[in-house]
Ligand binder design. Sequence first.
Ligand SMILES: [Zn+2]
Ligand SMILES: [Zn+2]
Length: 388
Amino acid sequence: MIRGNESVSEATQSMSQDYYELLGVRRDASAEEIKKAYRRLARTLHPDVNPDPETHERFKDVTRAYEVLSDPKKREVYDLGGDPMAAAGQGAGFGPGFSFTDIMDAFFGSSGSRGPRSRTRRGQDALLRLPVQLSEAVFGAVKEINVDTAVVCQSCAGAGAAPGTSPTTCPVCEGRGEVSSVQRSFLGQVMTTRPCPRCQGFGTIIPNPCPECAGEGRVLSRRTLAVKIPAGVDDGTRIQLSGQGEVGPGGGPAGDLYVEIQVEPHEVWSRQSSDLHCTVKLPMTAAALGTTITLETLDKDTVEVEAKPGTQSGQELVISGRGVPHLSGSHRGDLIVHVVVETPSRLDAAQRELLTELARLRGEEKASGQFTSERRGVFSRIRDAFNG
Ligand SMILES: [Zn+2]
Ligand SMILES: [Zn+2]
């Protein structure tokens, strides 16, 4: 809606503006929808909130629209093309049958008295990231962590009042936690209720705040906690420690502490779901003749795996059941060894002679390579295996 600054007579204006449009509701809007729409608009347009004169004008229009559409009789007249304001025998303003309480309800909701709020609230949850070794994530561990968090003030036991003193009833709101004020406006007298500025809505004041916590009822403190890390956790797993977060204001119950596992990369093993992968280089001769590969596992154990004669680069050797245990059950993943066959790059005269002889025996002296049905190279397959 675009509005000029020149003043148009109210009667003309009221007829030229669509009331449904003004409130932003459909023509078949329910009484509740109309009320909600008006309440929403009033929150931003009310002169107490927005003193801008143009907004003030808009608020008058919106209020007039609400006045008509919230009254079934006036709405009927309006829907039939009549001027309900004229019918009521008035210009802008509140005609008979339009109760002032309706407007106040629309403004402030009909929730009634809210009363003083409690000083005691639940503390917030906290999140802490905990770096762990891959072996700790796989086999579980107990880690000590330092947590800087709010704890109940020992001096006042959370009450916030200096020892030997106690909170007193707020003299401004007399314990109600809210104050009402009556203002004159074009609506008539408007009563607004807001949290008491003296006691911030608590209804009580603490004349002698606890010197230890400045009346907060809690103090910052460092605690050391032992966190049990179950075997099989992964990067990003969160462990919930109930009631280990910060204590709430006024001695309120503590929130929870979440410990998020951050698994540090291992130089040999990398994890992929419940399997652990590593890469082993094998000399060309060992790959051709076959050998036994000895590996150090994450738990400092050794495990042997056989590379059969003719092992190819990119081949995977599987040691089953030695991978990561599942968080829930007894099943464990596998160890997967990726073989990379190394071609010798420096040959002395004797080795060169031997290899030449070998090539001759195998009829490979003039070998120039041949196409293979394997579309991708060994290394991309290894990469795929690691990256999933
Ligand atoms: Zn205290
Ligand atoms: Zn008060």
